[in-house]
Design a protein. Structure first.
Length: 132
């Protein structure tokens, strides 16, 4: 019977600032200690940047983790801002480090020896800085 892989949110980085949103990338590391390959079928996420943004979404692209292997991938996040003017002002004054809470649930499947599915939950609290 396969065991769930280890998921780790390594980082959350700002990529681009738009007029009303931030594009960020969450770097996710997955370790599969099983003798069989696993496939992440779906990721559901919830990102909160207190007083700035709240985001819920899904990522539905298969990610295969081979037996006894590790992989890293990036999860794109488009974050709609609640207080655009204040955020831009914070960037200008170099006060643009924001705390965040990112919660991800991964829906995982294996087909060896029979089809099995299970979920893995991971939460990360950290800080994200917007670059000028």
């Amino acid at each position: 019977i396969p065991v769930p892989p280890e998921l780790e949110i390594v980082d959350l980085k700002y990529e681009k600032l738009g007029l009303r949103h931030i594009r960020a990338l969450a770097t996710i590391k997955v370790s599969n200690k099983n003798q069989v390959s696993l496939t992440i079928k779906e990721l559901r996420y919830n990102l909160e940047i207190p007083t700035r943004a709240q985001l819920e979404g899904e990522y539905r692209q298969d990610i295969v983790i081979h037996a006894k292997d590790k992989t890293t991938f990036e999860l794109p996040l488009d974050i709609e801002l609640h207080k655009v003017g204040k955020t831009i002002f914070d960037i200008i004054r170099d006060r643009d480090i924001y705390p965040y809470n990112l919660h991800i649930v991964a829906f995982i499947e294996t087909r060896e020896p029979v089809i099995q599915t299970f979920n893995v939950d991971v939460i990360k609290n950290g800080e994200m800085e917007l670059k000028k």
